[in-house]
Write a new protein. Structure first.
Length: 306
């Protein structure tokens, strides 16, 4: 075994034990964080090119399956549902496999699939899926994520140069209220500006993953610089906010709900806007509120004018 492989296995083993210790002690937030961090490291190694990896293709498949189990345990800790949980005692069975990955040659103990590169549905693509209604209505459906392009959260753009007599808009996304806020994995928001036909008027931007989850809120506190002067936006344009989160069992990142702000709502100060059910309706013709509960997207607007 090379020094690099030995070092990797030691770090992974230490992280695995740390996560299961937190889990055993009831420190669930810490356990979830540890599991998700380790899962990302394992996924990265499993998806690395052969020449850049310390492991064979079969070993990488096993590593990827362990990452899936970590994601499933993380999701179970964030769920109020008892069925189909991935239990701590199940996860602990994987520690010797991870420790001895170079010599492990038995069948994997759980029927899970390696997590592929996370698939993120581009705006509007969910309209072509049999999507899962996981909020007020319940129900189930499944679409294959493998045909969709991956996009990475955190694609924020700088403010445009100022022009005399023209107005720029900065929107601070403070927080979003959701009844199951604590269960959302790697949540972020995609921001786009659309005309009445749903055509992009500016580049699409993704926030980084949320800062924290607290009670019924996911907190972001991130500034979005709208990439066009307000005076140059077409009549009837709207700014859309799509809340997205990762689903381990589906193995892709999905839109949970969306909100939008129309041009007559652009004014300095705080604003709260309503949340609507997916799929995102950029033409604003078939809108359905996400919930009857008083939960909203909380924003603060700043106008810049020379």
């Amino acid at each position: 075994m090379s020094e690099a492989a030995r070092s990797l296995l030691q770090r992974w083993g230490a992280s695995f034990r740390k996560g299961t210790d937190f889990d055993s002690w009831g420190q669930l937030v810490e356990a979830i964080d540890e599991y998700q961090i380790l899962a990302r490291h394992l996924q990265k190694e499993a998806q690395s090119q052969h020449n850049n990896s310390e492991f064979t293709e079969d070993q990488k498949k096993t590593i990827a399956k362990i990452a899936t189990c970590l994601e499933l345990r993380s999701a179970a800790l964030q769920s109020t549902q008892s069925q189909d949980e991935f239990k701590l005692e199940d996860l602990k069975k994987l520690e010797p496999i991870l420790k001895n990955i170079l010599t492990y040659n038995k069948e994997f103990p759980f029927d899970v699939q390696p997590v592929p590169l996370r698939k993120i549905l581009a705006p509007g693509e969910e309209e072509h899926l049999e999507f899962e209604e996981d909020d007020e209505e319940g129900g189930a459906g499944a679409g294959s994520p493998d045909s969709f392009l991956a996009r990475v959260p955190g694609t924020l753009l700088p403010r445009l140069p100022s022009e005399p007599g023209m107005t720029l808009l900065t929107i601070n996304i403070e927080k979003i209220g959701l009844k199951d806020a604590g269960q959302c994995i790697d949540p972020y928001i995609t921001v786009s500006v659309k005309d009445l036909n749903g055509i992009d008027l500016t580049p699409v931007q993704d926030t980084p993953v949320a800062l924290r989850k607290e009670d019924t809120y996911v907190h972001f506190n991130v500034d979005i610089e709208i990439q066009k002067h307000i005076e140059r936006l077409t009549k009837g344009a709207a700014i859309f906010f799509e809340f997205k989160h990762y689903k381990p069992k589906k193995r892709f990142t999905s839109t949970k709900c969306f909100a939008f702000m129309e041009m007559d709502e652009i004014k300095p100060g705080a604003i709260v806007i309503e949340l609507y059910k997916k799929p995102t309706d950029f033409k604003r013709k078939k809108l359905q509120l996400l919930t009857k509960k008083p939960l909203y997207l909380h924003l603060h607007q700043t106008l810049h004018k020379e």
